[in-house]
Design a protein around this ligand. Structure first.
Ligand code: ATP
Ligand code: MG
Length: 587
């Protein structure tokens, strides 16, 4: 096994929240989380009121909630008190427009302050909010708004003209479109309203305070579309308990932290952890409006004194690909925890973090459907590079197999592959796929939610990702997880990223085919490809190693940063490419 990365308690710059794994799991109750948030067992619960207003009531209104960064512009800060005032005004705007509890509010914008005010204001007002990724084209926008029967859309004038106006007629549910004028841009478009003017005219708050309860729907998130058409997952206000607990245990958030979650709120990570979780802990968040740029990111980490950084494997691989020269001697003395989610994190990347940034990267696993982090590497135990870590307190995870009659059979033995399942009932569990009831039902069997991912659990209770059920390769009677093959390819100094698929083969069922992108300074050649195949064969054996390898400039990725193996496969086999709405660089 790859070397354990252990950190003694004395190495942590502040005392971690989570130090004794077994004791904390035993002691943990959701009621304890409710008490920490100052709410009772029953009664009102509202994500935004707990995230924002609670701090004012407790005298922390002056604390900075957000630091908004944008290229070529001064930093804009917003305190908890300012955020409370702005979100109250947005509640008043919604009320004046006649928008009622449970109705859907969509946001389509870059990471600008108005997006955050809209999300939190709509939640306060009891609406269901759905942030959309601003790079979506007109069709994906219309599809999602129609699926969610969106009543209100907040967007910018520029995005409206380019992406919404062409499909406006296809969205009959949309009663109000509010336009934000970025940098004084005109918002005069037919059949739209001026966001800033409405906010200015609105009172200090809505006349009637909407009360929300645990099971009231709050958030609508679309999945990444890695394996097919994106699904709309519905979450309720009670999810806030998981947002608080998971960021307490896995991200170790403290009120004094400067936290940077690089995900866009158009994906669940960017809402659960880019908006809600840091506010719940009274933390200051850095929000960068710009897209990935290796040097800019190193700059932000250093100049903003980021202490906890939550990012994704794809970003880490891009930093690795860009080369260490870009660091230009920068150091990150404030940084104390790095976490990653979204894809398997190759052991090579964990070690790169340790070598280059001075900290290992804490991988964690969850999905749009789970609403929050479920399995993580945490300060409470050593990291085994390549493992996703262990289930958080309050989360029961298991490896299961389907029995003859479709029933779930627990795999008790360590190191045996099966489907990763979670005992149903955690607070941020999705409560439905919009418009796909049967599909939702199929995700559950007995007490268990079946994730669709294959994994193993070792004797120490660490979980190891094998692959998605759809991506697993069956070759000569063996089941091969693409992650294992990709990780070995990435150990080669020339390889920046790798995507592995199964290619139909008359003799063995499927053969393993790899696609790789090279690091700066390496070029494609027959000799290099042969070297990579030999390297993989040596490490993996002939059955598991790829038989073919193709070098690409970049691998196709979803906008949330996941390698789209289904697209690599469709292109390789000349099959239809399917739903490409979330493809990076696509429409
Ligand atoms: P779709 O469901 O539309 O195909 P998606 O599953 O990629 O898209 P998300 O909910 O954004 O949509 O992603 C969750 C999935 O991402 C997980 O089911 C898993 O396959 C993968 N994933 C997330 N974190 C990790 C991790 N740490 N290690 C391995 N895989 C991960
Ligand atoms: Mg999924």
């Amino acid at each position: 096994m790859d070397g354990l990365i252990e950190k003694s308690k004395a190495d942590w710059k502040v005392a971690p929240n989570f130090t004794d794994y077994a004791a904390e799991r035993q002691r943990f109750t959701w009621q304890w989380v409710r008490e920490r948030l100052g709410i009772g067992r029953k009664g009102p619960i509202n994500i935004a009121r707990l995230a924002v207003d609670r701090h004012l009531a407790e005298g922390r209104g002056g604390k900075v909630a957000f630091r908004f960064l944008a290229a070529g512009r001064p930093v804009r800060t917003m305190s908890y008190a300012e955020l409370a005032r702005a979100t109250n005004r947005f509640c008043a705007v919604l009320q004046r427009l006649g928008v009622r509890k449970g109705e859907r509010v969509f946001v389509l914008a870059r990471r600008i302050p108005e997006l955050y005010v809209t999300v939190l204001g709509a939640l306060k007002q009891g609406c269901v909010v759905s942030p959309l990724f601003s790079a979506f084209g007109p069709e994906p926008i219309a599809t999602r708004i129609n699926l969610g029967a969106g009543k209100v859309l907040v967007t910018t004038a520029d995005l409206y003209r380019r992406k919404v106006a062409p499909v406006r007629e296809k969205m009959p549910s949309l009663a109000h479109v509010l336009l934000v004028g970025e940098e004084g841009e005109s918002v005069a478009e037919p059949a739209t309203l001026d966001y800033a003017a409405l906010m200015a005219e609105a009172g200090e708050g809505a006349d009637v305070e909407v009360v929300t309860e645990s099971e009231d729907p709050a958030l609508l998130h679309f999945t990444s579309g890695t394996t097919g058409t994106p699904k709309g997952a519905v979450h309720v206000h009670e999810a806030v308990l998981m947002h608080w607990a998971s960021s307490y245990y896995a991200l170790d958030l403290h009120a004094d932290d400067i936290f940077w979650c690089t995900a866009d709120p158009g994906w669940v990570t960017g809402t659960s952890y880019g908006v809600i979780a840091p506010l719940l802990h009274g933390t200051t968040s850095v929000i960068d409006c710009e897209e990935f740029d290796a040097e800019r990111w190193y700059d932000i980490l250093a100049s903003e004194s980021v202490s906890v950084w939550y990012t994704a494997p794809t970003a880490i691989r891009m930093l690795m690909k860009a080369g260490e020269a870009l660091l230009r001697g920068r150091r990150f003395p404030a940084l104390r925890l790095i976490a990653s989610v979204g894809e398997p994190l190759n052991p090579e990347a964990v070690r790169w973090g340790q070598a280059v940034l001075g900290l290992p990267i804490h991988d964690n696993w969850w999905q749009t459907e789970t609403g929050g982090i479920m399995i993580a590497n945490t300060p409470a135990f050593a990291i085994k590079p390549g493992s996703m870590g262990r289930p958080l307190p309050g989360v029961d995870a298991a490896i299961v197999r389907r029995g003859e009659g479709g029933e779930v059979v627990l795999v008790e033995q360590p190191d045996v592959e099966g489907e990763l399942a979670l005992r149903r009932g955690w607070p941020s569990m999705f409560r439905g796929y919009l418009g796909m009831e049967e599909r939702y039902r199929q995700c559950f069997a007995g007490d268990w939610y079946l994730s669709g991912d294959l994994a193993k659990r070792d004797a120490d209770g660490y979980f190891w990702f094998v692959g998605r059920r759809d991506d697993v390769i069956k070759s000569a009677g063996h089941l091969i997880g693409p992650f294992e093959v990709e990780s070995v390819l990435m150990e080669h100094p020339a390889v920046a990223e790798a995507g592995v698929i199964g290619k139909p083969d008359a003799v063995v069922g499927e053969v393993v085919k790899a696609f790789v992108a090279l690091k700066k300074g390496f070029e494609d050649s027959e000799a290099l490809r042969q070297e990579l195949l030999a390297h993989a064969r040596k490490r993996l054996g002939a059955v598991v190693a790829p038989k073919e390898i193709t070098v690409l400039a970049n691998l196709p990725r979803t906008r949330s940063g996941k390698i789209m193996r289904r697209l690599l496969k469709a292109r390789e086999l000349g099959l239809p490419e399917g739903d490409l709405s979330t493809l990076e660089g696509g429409a």
